[in-house]
Design a protein around this ligand. Structure first.
Ligand SMILES: Nc1ncnc2c1ncn2[C@@H]1O[C@H](COP(=O)(O)OP(=O)(O)O)[C@@H](O)[C@H]1O
Ligand SMILES: [Mg+2]
Length: 754
């Protein structure tokens, strides 16, 4: 893989590395800018919405004006559509875990590691009466030591908690946000970068565009949006580089993180949540990232992020901060007020110290002291009230005459409409019908199923085409097994011994397909997290994913079946139809891959997955009918025989092999093979046959056929299903597990906290 050398400082060209304006001065600038922004009146705003609406008569929902992308990238448009996200008295507590809690078999939330340290009885309060406000055009940072509740607060605000567990209220422009609307207008950037390793930056963003941007937007418009985003994110130099993974060189960590953000903001969301976006990045990359976030905010979004410990320069980019300590707010306000706050509190920040470091250290010290942070929490409350009074005075004097009320009066629906008509939320038009809720303005999914299917398949194909070694390994595994089997069972004859060997060959061969499929388990598991992230914001339907996943598995198993069938069929000297032999191998691969896929959908860990796959396959083989015939299996285990995936292909190939009625497997003299009489000379055997014939009253000569194929099938207990029925049952198992996989995805990836 070629690697474009694109270190972060190279990509920085569009933006100055050092922000020369100190942030307190910037605050003043922003104040005046805010005053300027407030100039269009509510009437003007609504007129703008109305103009758009007029285009569709009888449709209340605004048509999305096709974006004028030119303004999206470089110069941030100062949005004058006010969005205010207020949250008050947020309280979240969990029942402490019992000691003997079972591990959660469902998917762990991919967003953050669930740290369960409380084992004492009772409840633990993770968020305690947190209040605050975030506005468009600003970055709000949630700061605190690890375990202070930052991720929890972000999750709460991003509506990623199960209903009922969170107390308090969260409103956007004074209205509660419905879950469906939230998914559409917001983006949540997870802490991990889950990306397809073999796609380039540009392709990754382009696929995101195809998923999230509406079909009505032409491909060229989508391309323009992606290009604008690449510039906005400072990824120009890395655009053609693959993302990379452990085995392949790819983009740098900072670039990877920005690509992750890019995927989530492709539709230009109004609310952007990020959980520790700067963790794990060097200070320059972290600064560049926050700078990018600032630009995003300035296009009219609200950016809310958690950050472990911002550097001095990053602090300069933040507009609001909430300091958390054990779920309580210890400071909220602008970074520039931090020194004043702490000197008022009696602990002035020395000039030589980093403010956040000082604050975090002080908070940690207080946490360790007998009274805890109670004094600071109380002080913050009273200080805020005091401060708010002052600020209100300032605002009233500065923006005298400006329609101060518009912020409150512009309803959510109107604000979103206005925002959409200005090119935000590239989510397409409403789906018609006069409705009054804001939710109905934006469709749940951007594309119809078949487009999702096509795009998903194309992406998966592109990614796997660039990792041919993955398929190569699987094919090689099948070929090696085929080769070993072919040489071990070279040209089997039709003697009684040969029949036993044939049975052994079939039992082994038919379970090979299933074992080979287990290789794919880690690949599926890795993809599962990407899937969870993408469906969390409705990028596509779960059903499309399942369908595309199934379709994309077919070419590989087709090749593998052909390779295996061709290496073994003639070499072993099998009878029956080659085509059927090939088809049943194909069906086994299909059932096996569906089975493993399903397991990857319910088992969160690779190791656990392997243990389960290997154990189950061993049982399937045990009960397939090869080691013990059906009529000999104890009645309390017989159900396992019927659910054994290996049973059906095994019986099918046996029937294919022994179906020829004219073919004889044991003739007269051969009945002594494998018995103590085998050593007796042949003419004695003929004599024995003669006396047996007279005793039995039937004539058996040395060439009389005593065992036909049908007899062998009967002996093996293979008589309940015809060979085609066995084939169809195997195929049906494959479909059955795919459906189960779908259900597992549907139920198992809610991606919310309880
Ligand atoms: N499901 C849970 N069970 C038990 N404790 C939890 C759970 N979720 C979060 N916590 C606890 O809540 C606290 C805050 O967690 P979190 O919001 O992830 O902190 P941060 O992101 O600031 O590091 C931690 O002490 C963590 O152990
Ligand atoms: Mg966290």
């Amino acid at each position: 893989m070629s690697r474009v050398v694109a270190e972060d400082n190279n990509t920085a060209s569009p933006m100055p590395v050092r922000d020369s304006v100190p942030f307190y001065d910037r605050r003043e600038l922003e104040m005046s800018r805010a005053a300027a922004c407030a100039s269009p009146t509510l009437g003007q705003l609504l007129k703008c919405v109305g103009d758009v609406r007029k285009e569709v008569i009888g449709d209340e929902t605004p048509v999305h004006q096709v974006l004028d992308m030119s303004h999206v990238d470089h110069q941030p448009i100062m949005s004058s559509i006010p969005f205010v996200l207020s949250f008050s008295h947020l309280t979240y507590s969990i029942k402490a875990r019992r000691k003997a809690a079972l591990p959660n078999l469902r998917f762990p939330r991919a967003a953050d590691p669930v740290s369960g340290e409380t084992l004492s009885p009772g409840t633990k309060t993770i968020l305690d009466d947190v209040c605050g406000e975030a506005r468009d055009g600003e970055i709000m940072a949630v700061i605190g030591a690890s375990g202070s509740g930052k991720s929890t607060l972000i999750d709460a605000l991003a509506n990623r908690m199960a209903k009922g567990s969170l107390k308090g209220s969260i409103t956007l422009n004074g209205e509660q946000i419905e879950s469906r609307l939230m998914k559409v207008i917001s983006a949540y950037v997870m802490q991990d970068d889950l990306l397809y390793p073999m796609l380039t930056v540009e392709e990754t963003l382009m696929f995101a565009a195809e998923f999230r941007l509406p079909r009505t937007l032409s491909k060229s418009k989508k391309k323009i949006r992606v290009q604008a985003l690449i510039d906005q994110l400072g990824l120009r130099n890395a655009a053609k580089t693959v993302i990379g993974d452990e085995g392949h060189r790819g983009v740098s960590g900072g670039e990877r993180r920005r690509v992750s953000i890019g995927i989530d903001i492709i539709h230009d969301p109004i609310l952007l949540f990020l959980d520790e976006p700067t963790s794990g990045l060097d200070s320059t990359s972290a600064f560049l990232l926050v700078k990018v976030l600032q630009r995003i905010a300035q296009t009219g979004s609200l950016v809310i992020m958690s950050i472990h410990q911002p550097s001095y320069r990053i602090l300069g980019l933040l507009d609001r901060m909430i300091f958390l300590s054990r779920g309580k707010t210890v400071y909220s306000g602008s970074p520039s007020n931090l020194p004043l706050f702490f000197s008022d509190f009696g602990h002035p920040i020395p000039d030589s110290e980093n403010r956040t470091e000082f604050a975090l250290d002080l908070i940690r010290e207080l946490e360790g002291s007998p009274g805890g942070t109670k004094s600071l929490v109380e002080f913050n409350k009273s200080w805020q009230t005091l401060k708010r009074g002052n600020i209100n005075n300032i605002i009233q004097t500065t923006i005298a005459g400006a329609s101060n009320g518009s912020t409150i009066n512009l309803s959510l629906k109107e604000a979103i409409s206005a925002s959409i008509s200005r090119g935000k939320l590239v989510s397409g038009t409403g789906n018609g019908g006069p409705t009054n809720s804001a939710t109905s303005m934006v469709p749940t999914f951007a594309n119809p199923s078949w487009i999702e299917l096509a795009v998903l398949s194309r992406r998966s194909f592109t990614n796997s085409r660039r990792m041919p070694e993955l398929f190569g390994i699987r094919l090689a595994a099948v070929m090696v097994t085929g080769f070993i089997l072919a040489t071990v069972f070279w040209r089997l004859d039709n003697s009684p011994k040969g029949i036993q060997e044939r049975l052994g060959f079939f039992a082994f061969a038919m379970s090979t397909m299933f074992y080979t499929c287990a290789d794919a388990l880690p690949v599926f598991l890795q993809e599962r997290y990407i899937f969870m992230r993408e469906t969390a914001y409705n990028a596509y339907r779960r059903s499309s994913y399942v369908l595309s996943h199934s379709l994309m598995s077919l070419p590989a198993i087709l090749f593998m079946s052909l390779a295996f069938a061709a290496t073994t069929f003639w070499a072993v000297g099998l009878d029956g139809s080659f085509l059927f032999y090939f088809m049943i191998i194909f069906a086994s691969f299909w059932a096996g891959s569906s089975f493993v896929t399903f397991l990857s959908g319910v088992v969160p860990q690779v190791m656990l997955g392997y243990v389960i796959v290997v154990a189950l396959l061993a049982y399937f083989l045990l009960f397939s009918g090869f080691f013990i015939n059906r009529d000999r299996i104890p009645p309390y285990w017989i159900w396992f025989h019927y659910i054994s995936l290996v049973k059906y292909p095994y019986e099918a190939v046996l029937q294919n092999e022994f179906q020829d009625p004219t073919k004889c497997f044991v003739r007269g003299i051969q009945i002594f093979d494998g018995t103590p009489l085998a050593a007796v000379p042949n003419d004695l055997k003929v004599k024995l046959l003669g006396s047996m014939s007279s005793t039995l009253g039937m004539r058996i000569t040395s060439t009389t056929c005593v065992t036909t194929g049908a007899d062998i099938l009967q002996q093996q207990g293979v008589n309940d299903l015809s060979m085609w029925n066995c084939f169809w049952v195997t195929v049906a198992w494959g479909f059955f597990f795919r459906i189960l996989f779908y259900l597992a995805l549907l139920l198992g990836s809610k991606n919310k906290r309880r």
